[in-house]
Ligand binder design. Sequence first.
Ligand code: PLP
Length: 397
Amino acid sequence: MLGAGAARVTPSGRPFLQIPGPTLVPERITRAMSQSIIDHRGPRFAALVHECLDGLKRIFQTGGHILLFPGSGTGAWEVAVVNTLSPGDRVLACVNGHFATGFARTAAAYGIELERLDVPYGDGIPADQVGARLSADAAHQLRAVLVVHNETSTGVTSDIAAIRNAMDAAHHPALLLVDTVSSLASIDYRMDEWGVDVTLTGPQKGLMLPPGMAILAASEKAITASEKARCPRSYWDWTPVIERNKRGEFPYTPATSLLFGLRESLLMLAEEGLSNVFERHARLAEACRRAVRALGLELLCRNPAEYSNTLTAVRMPAGRNSDEYIAHAWKTLNLSLGVGLGEVKGSVFRIGHLGSLNELELLGGLAGVEMTLKSFGVDVPLGAGLAAAEQYLVSAT
Ligand code: PLP
């Protein structure tokens, strides 16, 4: 018999992986990945590569070059930096959270000088301040602007179109390098329309795949910059990748199974329709935010125009540690929530609502949040969050 407070984790049923990525992998993708490895220099593989590259262009909304590497989002930061910049270059690093800090740190590791635009956790990057910094740089020493579209540590989405407009208004030629690890294929993102030079992402969030790839898109301006860029690079050099991709090959042994999965993921996204995918994420996100507020808890993101549609970062009530709460949620209900990262470690927990997710699954996760907060000792009104989310989902068609 279970004693009071004992773990109730059961291997039965669907695991509630409610972190902001990796997300659960749909069965269709798992099945697509469970096939025999094919010759990565043969015609079947070449067809697979072309399908993946073409499909990704539609997701990035770009006519530029797609770059795939076995790796992760962290590796993709490095690809963006080493292919476009040289040691001693100055960049404007927009820093509003843990992942933006990591992107900036990657550039610094290659001898890039950082001019930091620091904003508090919970805020987006103010386009007017980007514009002011660039206007002040009359000699055009800033070679690039680094920004994270959706800061996964805070649940804040920055306005990339506004940042582009500010750069244009300042008549500044800096490259725009954007991290979309937790937004691509979930939140509207228009690489060409917004004049982005390098976009980077990973497979384990909106693309619904297991982790294991660095995925990027580069504009012609970025490709031209790479011809002059002098950062040391070998594995992350995108020139041989672009060259060999023309023949449907890679300069290394590719992650064939992930490419099988990627093809299926791109098919699924096309079947649902990208605008419907964005709309589904917006709807689930709003339901989640209403649930959180109805429980009497606060969001970390301050500005409603910057609310993230892929995750919600929630402030832990005063005097409570979010790491301990998250451990409790896992131990009691096998519910995985995202931990607080960087400056908000221990004071924030994050609810992921991205990738392959529907309304009932979100409600299941929210029920888990309510139940585990209550059993952790936070005095929440059981059912209030669910009622608010259900009310919204029923009324908003
Ligand atoms: N950038 C953002 C916005 C992220 O959310 C993450 C990971 O969650 C990364 C970069 C790093 O990606 P990875 O963990 O795949 O290396």
